[in-house]
Write a new protein. Structure first.
Length: 190
């Protein structure tokens, strides 16, 4: 992993996706900061950098497919798949709906999902890990061999423990502390 690319991604996340204000998280917890990684992942350079850096974690995990809970995991999955294509790697992607779709094919898991293959659940930001554990359970129920969770950002608020309890290895690219420090540095340089 190129340290210059990692620094650039951290700075981009700190500038575009890190907000200091009181918010209620999906876990129900209150926080004095919020991370909206989609703001970075929906920028061409942000998607490129995230994909190039996360594909190294995916490759090291030895999985054949990646996916996670809609909507947060979709841009992460897309970035990883684009990087896999650039490197000529075989990898498929999918996303898990909170509920089974009531029309069309009436599926809970959408995309190029394959049962019976090693699978990583991907996430933009992990707090308590609840949505990733739910996505892993759905993928396992559909026949995937879910081995790990890979996140862009870890908030350090219980996700690692939840994954260990669910029998999942856990890897992440950057911590919320990395982003907080970069945010402060960028603020002082203005």
């Amino acid at each position: 992993m190129a340290s210059s690319q990692l620094k650039e991604l951290i700075d981009l996340l700190a500038r575009e996706s890190y907000f200091e204000r009181t918010v209620t998280l999906s876990s129900g917890r209150t926080s004095n900061y919020y991370l909206d990684c989609r703001r970075t992942l929906m920028l061409p350079r942000g998607a490129f950098l995230a994909g190039e850096l996360l594909i190294d974690l995916v490759t090291a995990a030895g999985v054949a497919q990646v996916g996670g809970m809609a909507a947060a995991a979709i841009p992460v999955t897309d970035a990883i798949l684009a990087a896999a294509f650039r490197r000529n790697l075989e990898l498929t992607g999918f996303f898990v709906r909170k509920q089974t779709k009531q029309h069309g094919l009436q599926q809970r898991i959408e995309g190029a999902f394959r049962a019976g293959v090693a699978t990583a659940i991907v996430e933009d930001t992990v707090t308590t890990g609840g949505s990733s554990v739910d996505a892993a359970a759905a993928a396992r129920e559909a026949g995937a061999d879910v081995t790990c969770v890979i996140a862009l950002v870890d908030r350090g608020e219980g996700g690692a423990e939840a994954f260990a309890k669910a029998g999942l290895a856990y890897r992440f690219l950057v911590s919320a502390d990395d982003l907080r420090l970069a945010h402060e540095r960028l603020k002082q340089s203005r």
